[in-house]
Design a binder for this molecule. Structure first.
Ligand SMILES: N[C@@H](CCC(=O)N[C@@H](CS)C(=O)NCC(=O)O)C(=O)O
Length: 209
């Protein structure tokens, strides 16, 4: 297998954590977004969508989305389970992972990419340039606050995001919450359940990578 990673970006970090939690050691190539390497002809020959992460499987299949990468690795290496064991658990993990992507990952990206000069004309990842729309950043910042509310409500009733066990949904939420520092958004001091959960995930070896 071959894993295309970018040490500075949140979505590759999600896949990197998943790989580490599975105890896998996969050959890795770094793609520098800062240097625009994702837009090079060589990388677009691997992933025409020009996004990272990418996992090329032993069979040569090119997986370009976190969910696809996670599903493949979970099927290949079921232990420890990170996407649920029972039908209900599997449903809950994907449900929460989707909520975290839509209500956390998207507004954080919207806020950063529609304001930061480094993303001028790069408001959306991919091979086509898109201009920034500053109003989307304003809306994104409000939605990030709502995301912190969602996490606090959930983690006040559940040890982990999708239930009693650590899963893919925790990896996604942890990486997005940590990355929110780039838009100066942090877990509110009064959100004690989220702060305790964040500290717990942050102490796992996979979170140090
Ligand atoms: N939906 C993809 C998202 C991948 C993505 O957007 N990756 C970002 C890095 S966090 C990227 O490749 N950005 C390239 C760019 O900004 O040009 C996934 O689930 O992995």
């Amino acid at each position: 297998m071959l894993f295309y990673d970018c040490a500075t970006a949140p979505n590759p970090r999600r896949a990197r954590m998943f790989i580490a939690e599975k105890g896998l050691d996969i050959e890795t190539r770094q793609i520098s977004i800062a240097k625009g390497e994702q837009l090079s002809g060589a990388f677009k020959a691997v992933n025409p969508n020009a996004t990272i992460p990418v996992l090329v499987t032993n069979e040569g299949t090119v997986l370009t989305e976190n969910l696809g990468i996670a599903a493949y690795l979970e099927a290949r290496c079921p232990e420890p389970p990170l996407m649920g064991r029972t039908a209900d658990e599997k449903g809950l993990v994907l449900m929460w992972n989707s909520l975290v992507e839509q209500q956390g990952g998207m507004p954080i990206a919207e806020t950063l990419r529609n304001t930061h000069p480094a993303f001028a004309d790069r408001a959306i990842p991919g091979p086509v340039n898109h201009a920034q729309i500053p109003e989307l950043a304003q809306r994104g910042a409000v939605r990030v606050g709502l995301f912190f509310d969602l996490l606090e409500t959930r983690l006040s009733e559940s040890a982990y995001i999708a239930g009693p066990d650590f899963t893919l949904a925790d990896i996604s939420a942890f990486v997005f919450v940590d990355f929110a520092r780039v838009i100066k958004a942090r877990i509110p001091q009064e959100n004690s359940a989220t702060l305790a959960w964040f500290e717990g995930i942050g102490s796992r070896p996979s979170a140090q990578l």
